[in-house]
Every structure is written in C-alpha cells, then in structure tokens.
Design a protein around this ligand. Structure first.
Ligand SMILES: O=C(O)C(=O)C[C@]1(C(=O)O)C=C[C@@H](O)C=C1
Length: 383
C-alpha cells in the first residue's frame, strides 16, 4: 500500500509536529471520509501507520486518484484554511524566533531570552524603549524585558513602557542569575581596586564586595561592563556579570555565585505583537492596568473583585499618571484638594478563559474609569 510519504493534509506541515494527536486522528478518518481533501508529501509516521494498519483492504487515495476521483482538483495550490490549531500553536523551541533584549550579548536579559527559547536569535538593543520598538517594527518577533528582581523590586521604567506601547505579554521567565566576578586573564582578586556592574547586581553582591574591599561603579548593563573592561585592558577593574559574558569578552571567572543568599532572581516578561489565546490546561496568569476614582476604600473595592472570586493576586504596583499627575477634587468641607493620580498594575492567577476572571474584570470595569488587559500567559512554575 503506497500511501507512505505521499499524502499530506492541505492544512499545513505544522501538523506533523502536532503533540495533541489531532493530526493522526484526522488522518485516521481519511478512508472513511472520502470528501476529505488531501495530497502532497506527508511524512508523519504516526499518521501513515494508522491509515495503513487500520484499513489495509480499503482503496488508498492513490487508487482513488488513478480511478479519476480527484483528477480535476489542483489541491496543492489551494489556500490553507485557518483552524483553531493554527491559532493556538505555541512556538516550539526549534523555531528561530528573533528576540529583542536590552544590553549587549552576554547580559542576563539575553540569558532569559535563551532560557525561554533555547534556539532563538537574539537582538541586542540599546534602551528598553528600543526593545519594544524592535518588535513593533517587525525587526524582532518578541521582546524579553526585566520587570522585577529580588534585590531592587519593580523596574518602574518598564511598567510605564508597557502602558505606552501596545505589545502584549505572552509569557514570563524567572531567572536565577549566577553572578560571577570577572577580570582580565592573569589578574588575581587581590589586584582589583574597583568592580563594575548593574546597580541591582552590585546590591545583590554587597556582602562579597565589602569583604573584597573594592570601590563599586554602577553601569547600565553587566555585559557592557565586561566589554568595557576587556576592550580597555583595565587591570585594576573587575566586573560582575554572567559566565557567558566572560566567554564572549575573553575574561576569566575569579568567583562564581557571589550573590548573597537566597540569590538574585529576576522575573522577565515575554512580549509580542499579538496576544496568545488564554487556556485552562495549565496555570495562567493575567496582567492588567487600571485607574480608580478618588474616594475612601476604592482600592479596597477593586481588590475585593478578586478576593470574592478566590483569585490570588501575585503582584500589585502603582505608578503615577505622567500625563495627568494631579487630580483636583472639589470638596465642600475642605475646598479644592489636589491628589496624585495613580495607575494600578495587578497580576492575578487566573486565565481569561475562566468565567471567574471574566466576571472579576467585568465587575472592576463597572467602577474603574480605565482598564486594560496587558496579557494572559502561562505562569512560570519551575521556580
Ligand atoms: O545588565 C544585565 O545583564 C541585564 O540583563 C539588565 C538587568 C536589568 O536591567 O535589570 C536585568 C536583570 C538583572 O536583574 C540585572 C540587570
């Protein structure tokens, strides 16, 4: 029976990777559903096996072709109909996704991108703003952006940029950074007079650095510091950066894991032009931003919409509204009062595919003047 290697589902090759078994179940039906359009070069073993094994006596598609059943159809040139499977496919790690990040190659942000997509191509960007723009201008498929870390807390600039840009959060990555002390080859720890790194990385290594008795210098990016020390041949300067930065810029690792316990953990967001379709097959998180009117208990009321539905909050952050920093409230008792006006960012543990999440946001929308969903994405559960 000669079906092997000849039939293809006209919906597309990606089905040959289908982990759900959807492809094979559709192919199994081929011989019973004769109006099912298929031809080409299918190479999925599971599919081929099931067709051959289950219906050995029935005519193959090639038999049907030779009998003229399909002769007038130029099936391979038909457009590919879109299916739910196409819309919900999560990129497998073999796809060469292009990911923008801030910093030079060897930075922790690049390490986070490689953790999420081990075979991705990374695109270094100068500023956080450029990381967003790279995706908006289709220079990159996704962006990886630090949003908070265990030593410095929230990275406020990125909360502001999330609102200013229209990208969607499609994932999160938690990275336990191995903070390494690097120096030029041949330099010993005792020769160092200063150590350069990102301020939050320096803060995480403060115990180690004070024992070393060196001056510390803040720089914008750990890998940038490694490149600076290497290219200027600075013999008195060490850097705290990744092991990968040591390799890229030809520095030696003098000490590994110089961070104080419990380590330096950064949470990064993965951003894309399009949102992903929320599901319930694994734990999902949803990130939103909203404003509230002035008044006693309004934030309490906003938080209650989640508490009432047993929805756990994992993060709350407030940021001033830059465009409209002060709100004037006319009060008959006290006269005109001016308050700072805030944006509230909340992450909660529920998928937008769940009715409790939909009703919580419906409830919030009843009294929040502004509400935007920044993304609904699978939770990183490995840490
Ligand atoms: O400098 C780097 O290596 C970065 O990836 C940047 C950055 C940050 O901007 O917060 C990211 C993660 C680390 O927590 C420290 C620094």
């Amino acid at each position: 029976m000669a079906l092997k290697g000849t039939a293809v589902l006209s919906w597309g090759d990606s089905w040959s990777n289908d982990p759900s078994g959807f492809v094979s179940s559709r192919v199994k039906n081929l011989n019973t559903a004769r109006n099912f359009v298929c031809f080409g070069g299918f190479s999925g073993n599971r599919a081929t096996k099931s067709v051959e094994d289950e219906n050995p006596a029935k005519p193959t598609i090639e038999d049907d072709v030779s009998r003229g059943l399909y002769k007038d159809l130029s099936l391979t040139s038909l457009p590919k109909p879109l299916s739910v499977a196409d819309l919900t496919v999560t990129p497998n790690n073999d796809t060469k996704v292009r990911i923008s990040f801030k910093g030079l190659p060897g930075s922790y942000s690049e390490e986070a991108a490689l953790k999420a997509y081990p075979k991705c191509e990374t695109l270094p960007c100068d500023q956080f703003e450029d990381v967003f723009k790279a995706v908006e201008l289709w220079l990159a498929d996704k962006a990886v952006l630090p949003i908070e870390n265990s030593s410095g807390g929230s990275i406020h600039r990125n909360y502001d940029l999330l609102l200013r840009h229209r990208l969607h959060i499609t994932g999160e990555v938690k990275l336990v950074s191995n903070l390494c002390l690097l120096a030029l080859p041949g330099i010993r720890m005792e020769q160092l007079k200063r150590v350069l790194s990102h301020p939050q990385v320096l803060a995480s290594s403060d115990v180690f650095l004070s024992k070393l008795g060196v001056a510390v210098e803040n720089v914008d990016d750990t890998a940038g510091a490694a490149q600076y020390v290497a290219s200027n041949g600075l013999r008195d300067a060490g850097v705290i950066a990744s092991a990968r930065a040591a390799e890229i810029y030809g520095l030696n690792i003098l000490s590994n894991r110089v961070q104080a316990n419990p380590g330096h953990i950064t949470r990064f967001l993965v951003l894309a032009r399009d949102p992903i379709i929320p599901k319930t097959d694994k734990p999902f998180k949803t990130s939103i931003v909203f404003t509230l009117d002035e008044g006693p208990g309004v934030l309490f009321k906003a938080l209650a919409v989640f508490a009432l539905r047993e929805i756990n909050l994992t993060k709350i952050e407030s940021r001033p509204q830059r465009k409209k920093p002060l709100r004037v409230v006319d009060d008959s008792n006290t006269g005109n009062a001016k308050y700072f006006d805030y944006l509230f960012y909340i992450d909660f543990e529920a998928s937008m595919a769940e009715s409790r999440a939909q009703s919580a946001l419906g409830h919030l929308q009843e009294f929040a003047p502004f509400l935007r969903i920044l993304g609904c994405y699978p939770m990183e559960t490995s840490l």
